[in-house]
Design a binder for this molecule. Sequence first.
Ligand code: HEM
Ligand SMILES: *[C@@H]1O[C@H](CO)[C@@H](O)[C@H](O)[C@H]1NC(C)=O
Ligand SMILES: *[C@@H]1O[C@H](CO)[C@@H](O)[C@H](O)[C@H]1NC(C)=O
Ligand SMILES: *[C@@H]1O[C@H](CO)[C@@H](O)[C@H](O)[C@H]1NC(C)=O
Ligand SMILES: *[C@@H]1O[C@H](CO)[C@@H](O)[C@H](O)[C@H]1NC(C)=O
Ligand SMILES: *[C@@H]1O[C@H](CO)[C@@H](O)[C@H](O)[C@H]1NC(C)=O
Ligand SMILES: *[C@@H]1O[C@H](CO)[C@@H](O)[C@H](O)[C@H]1NC(C)=O
Ligand SMILES: *[C@@H]1O[C@H](CO)[C@@H](O)[C@H](O)[C@H]1NC(C)=O
Ligand SMILES: *[C@@H]1O[C@H](CO)[C@@H](O)[C@H](O)[C@H]1NC(C)=O
Ligand SMILES: *[C@@H]1O[C@H](CO)[C@@H](O)[C@H](O)[C@H]1NC(C)=O
Ligand SMILES: *[C@@H]1O[C@H](CO)[C@@H](O)[C@H](O)[C@H]1NC(C)=O
Ligand SMILES: *[C@@H]1O[C@H](CO)[C@@H](O)[C@H](O)[C@H]1NC(C)=O
Length: 397
Amino acid sequence: MPPYSAQLYYKYVLAVLLILCASAGCGDAQLTPTFYDESCPNATTIVRGVIEEALQTDPRITASLTRLHFHDCFVNGCDGSILLDNSTNPNSTIDSEKTAVPNNNSARGFDVVDNIKTALENACIGTCPAVVSCADILAIAAEESVALSGGPSWTVLLGRRDSLTANRTAANEALPAPTFTLDELEANFLAVGLNTTDLVALSGAHTFGRARCLTFTDRLYNFSGTGSPDPTLNSTYLETLSEICPLNGNGSVLTNLDPVTPDTFDAKYFSNLQVEEGLLQSDQELFSTSGADTIDIVNNFSANQSAFFENFGESMIKMGNISPLTGTEGEIRLSCRRVNGESYGLTATLVAERDSRGSSGGGSSIAGSYGGTDLEIELVGGVVDTDPIVAHMHKVQ
Ligand code: HEM
Ligand SMILES: *[C@@H]1O[C@H](CO)[C@@H](O)[C@H](O)[C@H]1NC(C)=O
Ligand SMILES: *[C@@H]1O[C@H](CO)[C@@H](O)[C@H](O)[C@H]1NC(C)=O
Ligand SMILES: *[C@@H]1O[C@H](CO)[C@@H](O)[C@H](O)[C@H]1NC(C)=O
Ligand SMILES: *[C@@H]1O[C@H](CO)[C@@H](O)[C@H](O)[C@H]1NC(C)=O
Ligand SMILES: *[C@@H]1O[C@H](CO)[C@@H](O)[C@H](O)[C@H]1NC(C)=O
Ligand SMILES: *[C@@H]1O[C@H](CO)[C@@H](O)[C@H](O)[C@H]1NC(C)=O
Ligand SMILES: *[C@@H]1O[C@H](CO)[C@@H](O)[C@H](O)[C@H]1NC(C)=O
Ligand SMILES: *[C@@H]1O[C@H](CO)[C@@H](O)[C@H](O)[C@H]1NC(C)=O
Ligand SMILES: *[C@@H]1O[C@H](CO)[C@@H](O)[C@H](O)[C@H]1NC(C)=O
Ligand SMILES: *[C@@H]1O[C@H](CO)[C@@H](O)[C@H](O)[C@H]1NC(C)=O
Ligand SMILES: *[C@@H]1O[C@H](CO)[C@@H](O)[C@H](O)[C@H]1NC(C)=O
């Protein structure tokens, strides 16, 4: 083998991925349920398996994963931007959304997303690295999470690609606050093409998961600066919540968003609203705003769980269609936490030190860690830019 430079290998790997991407059919401009049918037919099963495993020790994980898809989609579209960590490269424009106010000490499940990514990469080894995007992982994980918690299944549209950047300011501006009024909620959803039915249906995701005291304590002690509790908060529920969240207590203490069936995806969220047991102001607004067009929808979903499930699936598909990157936009990340330029930066460094590893199969190999898994990329081919290049990824045993 000629002594390739690190820089040359960097280009080499990019070329390889482009070739593989083209043959795997990354070029569609529209989302489709069959996107991975050839390139990764078991993607959904693999995602479900990792979530089931996580559920053994974390009953909250399905809620947390569902929320990640929402917090991804509302901020510059469903592009996996919420998964990016800050870069170690000082020139990077990545400003991690993980510390935006709605996410900081709140968004969770990132380790499980990493495990899903690793499982998918392992399943594709020998055929195709970096096939399933991180944005699509969130879309599949949301659907599987809801289904595993007793809720509906729906047909997940796929083919999103991953962003090259993240924007904390945009996350602070785009995500709704729990103190929003109904008008503010409707405007916030309308800004991403979601209407009032979508708002009510998707708010039904608060049928599982937890919230911190600090997201609703104003309702218990000093609602909108009145010095009194929120009048639309059931007084029995107020007593319960005041014990969990005392005045000037620890705002990070958690409580269930749905006090009746905390980990089950059902229509109880809506019957709670009817007895003034919505936890967040933004929840109770849907039922207690006088004359609102949302009241009938709450009543409908409360009485008819199938109507809720059907609408929830439709609205999740609509949410999942918010400004996806497709075709040649963005990239398919190898690690959901960083853009490939950085993964390859790491690879290029390792190439310079690769001599001790030797080469195999007449090619050359690069070792690196992607998505928490130690991998070895074997490059088989001739001269860069002329001969075809073939790459194989091996998990290092
Ligand atoms: C309508 C506007 C919404 C507001 C204002 C809102 C606000 C919140 C807040 C404040 C929390 C608690 C976070 C914490 O204390 O750490 C929360 C949790 C949650 N939200 Fe929303 N949310 C909204 C819509 C949605 C939507 C559309 C979904 C999904 C489709 C969703 C899914 C969830 C889930 C599952 C949790 C629990 C997460 C966990 O336990 O880790 N929310 N939301
Ligand atoms: C893919 O899933 C099918 C069942 O859906 C299973 O029989 C098969 O072993 C799986 N293949 C891989 C590579 O996981
Ligand atoms: C950052 O950008 C400067 C100017 O373009 C360049 O000299 C430097 O090498 C870059 N640093 C890294 C870590 O890429
Ligand atoms: C990420 O980097 C930005 C600057 O680019 C900085 O303002 C922010 O505090 C960093 N966030 C974390 C979590 O380090
Ligand atoms: C995020 O939370 C940490 C506490 O865990 C805090 O130190 C930090 O200032 C917060 N970041 C932002 C951007 O609010
Ligand atoms: C980040 O989002 C803010 C708010 O939408 C916008 O003003 C800013 O230009 C964005 N930054 C980048 C680098 O795109
Ligand atoms: C919201 O949009 C859906 C189609 O996506 C439509 O069926 C529904 O009637 C709309 N709801 C309202 C209140 O406009
Ligand atoms: C309630 O909040 C308002 C405005 O933030 C403040 O002026 C008032 O002192 C608070 N009242 C109590 C009893 O804390
Ligand atoms: C506040 O509550 C959180 C969640 O239960 C806990 O992790 C934290 O240690 C508590 N902080 C204090 C100061 O007690
Ligand atoms: C408050 O909740 C109780 C059940 O806990 C219910 O019987 C009562 O009707 C509720 N009050 C209101 C105003 O909805
Ligand atoms: C419940 O909603 C479904 C739509 O999902 C509808 O077909 C059915 O007629 C509704 N049932 C009642 C009793 O209204
Ligand atoms: C409830 O919603 C379902 C499905 O969207 C619809 O078929 C049904 O007519 C609605 N019922 C009422 C009473 O609004």
